[in-house]
Design a protein around this ligand. Structure first.
Ligand code: E4P
Length: 221
């Protein structure tokens, strides 16, 4: 399972990239709005910073303008994947973009039926929003399980991207269920790496090493 950051913040991208685990990036209009900068420049900068696929989202609501916007977004950088919403217009624009050889990510997907539609138009990625399903007292992981099973059974090649992840166990369960990609905010990434036994274990190792070297009169290695 590839790990993507869900952000438009360059510092967050650079930090996770240094860890060597950044498989790609997802953005959305809300995340770009949070940066408060010229979105054209910001899109270019984030796409250049990331080695893997970078999803940039359309904001037009009619199929024609959405298609035109998708073509423009695809020209921001070679690694761009155009995000279209799971609406009739999104399907129509998305299919046209796919027919032009562009990669699309069908976003705002909340049901297995919608995920079937995304696969049928040849989407590169489908994004079920698990956390937002949980937020309305439903079961996001159940949705992901259904989509993964259907895609396996039907042999769909569209990658399943577990989106709207809120905590480390969402990431772990998405991996267990066979998601191809998990995208998460920086804060969830930083919680993935943390474990109190790692911290206390390292503290003990360093203390013992210091004691030994003090006894030996060595500087340490
Ligand atoms: C994914 O592409 C979306 O940008 C993201 O996962 C949405 O997450 P949220 O529900 O935390 O806003």
């Amino acid at each position: 399972m590839k790990l993507y950051l869900d952000t438009a913040n360059l510092d967050e991208i650079r930090e996770i990239k240094r860890w060597g685990v950044l498989g790609g990036l997802t953005t959305n209009p809300t995340l770009l709005a949070a940066e408060g900068k010229d979105w054209e420049l910001q899109m270019k900068e984030v796409a250049t910073e990331v080695d893997g696929p970078v999803s940039l989202e359309t904001t037009e609501t009619e199929a024609g303008p959405m298609y035109d916007q998708g073509v423009k977004l695809s020209q921001v950088a070679p690694n761009v994947v155009v995000k279209v919403p799971m609406t009739p217009a999104g399907l129509e624009a998305g299919k046209r973009l796919v027919d032009e050889g562009l990669r699309i990510n069908v976003t705002l997907t909340f049901s297995p039926a919608q995920a079937i539609l995304a696969a049928e138009i040849g989407a590169f990625i489908v994004s079920p929003f698990l956390g937002r399903v949980d937020d309305i007292a439903s079961d996001g992981m159940h949705l992901l399980r259904q989509i993964c099973e259907i895609y396996d059974t039907q042999g769909y090649e569209t990658d399943v991207l577990a989106a709207s992840l809120r905590h480390p166990m969402h990431v772990v369960e998405a991996a267990q269920l066979g998601a191809d990609i998990a995208t998460m905010p920086y804060e969830v990434f930083t919680r993935l790496v943390k474990h109190p036994l790692t911290d206390s274990g390292l503290e003990r190792f360093l203390a013992d090493w210091k004691d030994l070297n003090e006894k030996l009169g060595k500087e340490g290695a």
